[in-house]
Design a protein around this ligand. Structure first.
Ligand code: SAH
Length: 244
């Protein structure tokens, strides 16, 4: 009799665990579905309603789970129209700025791109959805390590991480088809200009001092000649290290 009661309790516990697991899974799936909806409206309202028309960029922004790149307590705001804190006093750019900078790189697929300022890894993931290989340099070891782990967990295999001062680029894999800089130096680091292809290489970079207005610039090298265009006024965290 006692043995029977014991096995009844055991069966009940097993059932309880089973149902609780199913319940938790469903809750998680509901939450992911809500994030997917938010992501979709972000793409329509913040990107398409402005001037983002590159279908590869729109598709990448629709795919990358931006909420995974921020802390649990701010996940709900991940798809809002503003930048978010990612630790070490750094920020992940507003979705529109990520999309605009990616669009300015004029990627066709198959390129090798260098990013300066890995931060959360979000911009790198957006690039990795479009191009062949992404190389990304971050000056804070803690941010680089955290981002590398997340990127691997999300299944990206084409993003390569380096800890160091991005002022010097990443010589080893140069020349790149394109370079994107997500922190603002006072001037364009000469090494970055050297590390893009001589014909058709491009850089998208915010330039300006800490207390000065910054301009998002697009630099292109055409048959060795450098052409630069100012795009819009922006506010990025400063590039630290050599450039200060
Ligand atoms: N692209 C990031 C946004 C990063 S914010 C994202 O999608 O989340 C800018 C980043 O540039 C910060 O992480 C900052 O630590 C980094 N940074 C600043 N100066 C740097 C330098 N000299 N070299 C490399 N990274 C730098």
């Amino acid at each position: 009799m006692f043995a029977m009661r014991k096995s009844l309790v055991f069966i009940l516990i097993v059932f309880l665990i089973f149902f609780l697991t199913i319940f938790a899974q469903e809750q998680e799936e509901d939450r992911e579905a809500i994030f997917a909806q938010k992501r979709q409206s972000m793409v329509v309202n913040q990107l398409q309603n402005r001037d983002i028309i590159d279908s590869k960029v729109l598709q990448a922004m629709l795919t990358v789970p931006r909420h995974q790149f921020v802390d649990e307590r701010i996940k709900e705001s991940a798809y809002n129209d503003y930048p978010l804190a990612i630790g070490e006093g750094q920020t992940i750019s507003q979705p529109y700025i990520v999309a605009l900078m990616t669009q300015l790189l004029e990627l066709k697929g198959g390129e090798r791109v260098l990013e300066i300022g890995t931060g959360s890894g979000y911009q790198a993931a957006v690039l990795a959805e479009i191009v062949e290989e992404v190389y990304t340099v971050e000056i804070y070891e803690s941010l680089s390590k955290k981002s590398e782990k997340l990127i691997k967990d999300l299944g990206y295999r084409n993003i390569h991480f380096k800890i160091g001062d991005g002022y010097y680029g990443w010589e080893e894999y140069a020349p790149y088809d394109a370079i994107i800089v997500t922190c603002a130096p006072d001037y364009i680091p000469p090494q970055l200009l050297q590390q893009i292809r001589d014909d058709g290489g491009r850089i998208v970079i915010p330039v300006g001092g800490i207390w000065m207005a910054q301009t998002l610039m697009k630099i292109e090298k055409i048959r060795g000649e450098v052409k630069s265009t100012g795009i819009i006024g922006v506010r990025f965290v400063p590039m630290i290290g050599h450039s200060r």
